[in-house]
Design a binder for this molecule. Sequence first.
Ligand code: ATP
Ligand code: MG
Length: 370
Amino acid sequence: MKKLVRPFLLFVCIIGISMLHYLTPLNMPYLHDIYQRLYYLPIILAAFWYGFRGGLACSTFVSVVYAPHILFQWGGHLTVEMEKYLEIILYNVVGCVTGILSQKERERSAELQETARGLDESFKKLQAQSERMITIEEKLRRAEKLSTLGEMAAVLAHEIRNPLGSIRGTAEILKDDYQPGDPKHEFIEIQIKETERLNRVVEDFLHMARPQPVDMLPCPIQDELDTIFFLVSNDARERQIKLVLQPPAVPVIIKADGEKLRQAFLNIAINALQATPPGGSVIISTKVYQTGLCEIRFRDTGLGIDAETLSRIFEPFYTTKPDGTGLGLAITKKIIESHNGTLLVESEPGHGTTVTVRLPMQDTANGGIS
Ligand SMILES: Nc1ncnc2c1ncn2[C@@H]1O[C@H](COP(=O)(O)OP(=O)(O)OP(=O)(O)O)[C@@H](O)[C@H]1O
Ligand SMILES: [Mg+2]
């Protein structure tokens, strides 16, 4: 409907001017002169709106409706009405030229719009890239800081280990001076135990900073998980958490350093218990895939991990616990990766977390399937 408004306007305009021509007496030539010029208005408008074709069509139409007026009302003598015939030629020239110009202008503006759109897209791409670069730079800076911190901590840990050895040695000697049952004997035992614990932390840290070759032997995964279950079941009972161990359909054997693997599983299980409120559950399950991978899942119904925390849980010293060291998962990841495995943490804040460990199998009793 909107499309027809302009042609209709032009049509009415041309017919109106023509009527004025036809109805105005010939003894008023100055009025005819004005009407003659008025025709330029629809011609230029048509050329402007519809380009070359529109301009030409409009000027032809004007010529067709104006010509009979010259011919029949003015007599149409070529020598006498020369100026009027020339005007008709001019209508067509103006219609064509204005049409061509306006068409070119329109094409140029379309081109400019296209270029502007292209530029806008490039700008957006550039902006996204620069944002990505800023994020990468931030990550790099953080990694740099962490690596310096790690080096310093490794030196510190190394320096702590030697005096720890001396403390333990002297405590062992002192222990012999007291009979079991003597309170001092117990104190020294505590001292030895705590020194051992501290030594383990330092050892763990050094292991993480400078990974040592792992002692790979065939290792039945279920035995390790049974040990973990045994180790944490008391803690789970105290926290009133249901701890479930779901064994795989077939025995799974992987080539691994059993002690290291136990340490990794223990870290994950302890995290799960610490995050789960009383009444919740922690389920440890094992699955075997035909691809030669086994999957150990630790699923808890705890607090879950928000996106910000999730992106940082593997950073050494990152912890949300008042008494946490933030080394648990960093060490676990190193251990799993040194076994050519992967560690995946998925979480739904408020609902729970699933930690999935995937390890390549050495063998299964009956070729393991899932
Ligand atoms: N199952 C889980 N549910 C909720 N949050 C978890 C879970 N596992 C890990 N986290 C989050 O990841 C953080 C890092 O865990 P990580 O084991 O590395 O250190 P930590 O448990 O805080 O200290 P620690 O060195 O004593 O283990 C935790 O502080 C906790 O916020
Ligand atoms: Mg932990």
